[in-house]
Ligand binder design. Structure first.
Ligand SMILES: Nc1ncnc2c1ncn2[C@@H]1O[C@H](COP(=O)(O)OP(=O)(O)OP(=O)(O)O)[C@@H](O)[C@H]1O
Ligand code: SF4
Ligand SMILES: [Mg+2]
Length: 323
């Protein structure tokens, strides 16, 4: 196994908006602890799925991995090199790309598509003899005609905007692309097209993808391995097919049970998720899922479980569940 990106014991805090006094006194700035103790390895050329409800920290994790937001603790290694090494951050930026959650907003409104998708060459000061020819080649790679190069972002359909962002992400042949909700806001048929495009690019160019989504069927059909995030902590990881066939964590089981399923025999009312997601400002004591867990026992309210390997390639954060 060749590691592409390794995270170990990673935590991240984000600043909370404060009053005038806190703005003037840096030491008083309140911070929200969004990610806690994330340990994870992405492999070269694989598609990895990250799942979690809204607010669970998926986008924050992507930003921290790409060096767009700081980590408060833990280590990040890209292609074996710690990000703290001299020059490592520049190599990370050169070797990775992000497909943002809102594709139109991630493109500059006054920049034509052709210019936007070749901008990474300018940012990284890579020589580019013929920018127009490169724009057309990148567009062809994502199945778009050359005429799209002359358009502005607001002139694109949702599917075209996603493809344009994919073209831009691929410009410098990255080793890792993080795709944040790549199918959000798209019709089901276009969703399939975008996922097939990503899968072809993975096969042709060996690009590793981290696909972030709260849509389980997107992850089920694209990712080889999967991780489930709850309140900024990983609660389960493993090969996708195995996790879907036999989810260990009660949260994973309830997410899978609440997937829309046309077959009434496969709907499991007993596993359906209940209750509200707790606020990150008031993380529950003990196991942070105990307020919603159908299996919660007295020890779960006081003792925090750790993420442990429970079967080859599968890890779980729970006192009671497991193989
Ligand atoms: N810049 C910020 N400052 C303070 N808090 C933030 C900031 N950005 C996000 N948060 C908070 O951090 C938590 C995690 O946010 P994040 O955007 O990572 O979640 P997400 O899993 O990507 O959610 P979604 O599925 O809605 O995109 C949320 O509670 C959010 O309110
Ligand atoms: S540790 Fe307890 S509360 Fe947490 S998921 Fe497991 S059974 Fe549920
Ligand atoms: Mg997000």
């Amino acid at each position: 196994m060749t590691a592409l990106y390794e995270l170990s014991g990673l935590s991240a805090d984000l600043p909370l908006p404060g009053d005038l006094l806190t703005a003037l006194l840096p030491m008083r700035k309140p911070r929200l602890n969004v990610l806690q103790d994330i340990t994870l390895t992405l492999r070269k050329g694989e598609t990895f799925g990250l799942v979690g409800e809204s607010g669970s920290g998926k986008t924050t994790l992507a930003r921290v991995m790409l060096g767009l937001a700081p980590a408060s603790m833990g280590e990040r290694r890209f292609q074996g090199e710690p990000l703290s090494a001299p020059g490592a951050m520049a190599r990370l930026r050169r070797g990775t790309a992000m497909m943002f959650q809102d594709p139109v907003a991630s493109l500059s409104p006054r920049m034509r598509v052709g210019e936007a998708i070749t901008e990474p060459f300018a940012i990284h000061r890579e020589g580019l003899p013929d920018r127009r020819a490169m724009a057309i080649e990148l567009l062809a790679r994502v199945g778009l005609p050359p005429a799209i190069a002359a358009r502005y972002p607001h002139e694109l359909s949702g599917g075209q905007a996603r493809r344009v962002c994919t073209a831009r992400a691929l410009a410098l042949n990255p080793a890792l692309v993080i795709a944040d909700e790549p199918t959000a806001g798209l019709d089901v048929s276009i969703q399939g097209e975008i996922l097939n495009l990503m899968s072809d690019l993975k096969d042709e160019r060996g690009v590793g993808f981290l696909i972030i989504s709260h849509n389980l069927s997107v992850i089920r059909h694209t990712a080889e391995r999967i991780a489930i995030l709850y309140l900024g902590r990983l609660v389960e990881t493993g090969p996708t097919a195995e996790v879907f066939a036999q989810p260990f964590h009660p949260y994973t089981a309830s997410l899978i049970a609440s997937e829309p399923n046309p077959d009434p025999r496969r709907r499991r009312a007993d596993l359906a998720i209940r209750g509200e997601i707790p606020s990150l400002l008031r993380r529950p004591k003990g196991c942070e899922f105990h307020t919603r867990c159908p299996l919660a026992a007295p020890q779960c309210r006081t003792l925090a479980p750790t993420l442990r390997e429970v079967a080859p390639g599968r890890s779980l954060r729970c006192h009671l569940a497991g193989p």
